[in-house]
Design a protein around this ligand. Structure first.
Ligand SMILES: NC(=O)c1ccc[n+]([C@@H]2O[C@H](COP(=O)([O-])OP(=O)(O)OC[C@H]3O[C@@H](n4cnc5c(N)ncnc54)[C@H](OP(=O)(O)O)[C@@H]3O)[C@@H](O)[C@H]2O)c1
Length: 170
């Protein structure tokens, strides 16, 4: 497993420590008021596809967010606090390196509107309906088929990144 030390630290700090500590901080006030909603952002990388090769750390930290949210949902639902994990597939953002939105890849504004509408319903959801459709279709396929498609897809991303980097150095 090859991973930059800085990236490793940041991923755990943002996705694991950050999510845990911010949740802990807001829960106290919500418990006093006996109401509130906590929305954590998971990823299809950990939940929709059976594996995300070459993105193992990212997917693993997102799996943490998913299970963390689900446990808290059960723990606090009788205290008036709704904990939800929203599971996006691709969204056109800086992080995903996708500039143009499309039917399957919404803009962040479009995704956020769908996300807001989904608060208060299931403990885990994918708010943008074309993503739910893809999720359903992926579930119909054998896991080994999705695994090998994903490996090929991620190897392609790595190759393009390496070519870009080598072009920059020349
Ligand atoms: N876009 C997708 O396809 C996709 C799919 C599944 C899940 N998600 C999840 O959706 C969430 C939002 O991502 P996005 O796609 O909207 O990406 P984005 O537009 O690039 O936003 C990422 C945010 O994280 C902040 N950030 C990055 N590194 C950080 C660090 N080390 N410390 C503190 N903050 C940091 C960025 O701050 P700056 O603006 O200051 O850089 C930015 O506000 C993430 O949890 C991501 O994993 C996204």
């Amino acid at each position: 497993m090859r991973v930059d030390e800085g990236l490793l630290k940041n991923l755990i700090q943002v996705n694991v420590e950050g999510t845990t500590k911010v949740t802990q901080a807001v829960l106290q006030g919500m418990l006093k008021k006996k109401k509130g909603a906590i929305v954590n952002i998971g990823s299809g990388a950990a939940i929709v596809i059976p594996s995300d090769p070459l993105y193992a750390l990212y997917a693993a930290t997102k799996a943490y967010i998913d299970q963390f949210s689900r446990c808290l949902y059960v723990e606090y639902k009788n205290s008036g606090i709704d904990v939800q994990c929203q599971v996006p597939l691709y969204v056109a953002t800086k992080m995903a390196s996708i500039r143009r939105s499309s039917f399957w890849v919404p803009s962040s504004d479009c995704y956020a509107r769908a996300g807001l509408r989904a608060i208060g319903y299931e403990p885990r959801c994918t708010p943008y309906w074309p993503h739910s459709l893809l999720w359903g279709l992926i579930q119909l396929l054998p896991e080994s088929m999705v695994d090998s498609w994903r490996l090929g897809f991620c190897l392609g991303i790595r190759k393009r990144g390496q070519l870009k980097d080598s072009g920059k150095k020349e």
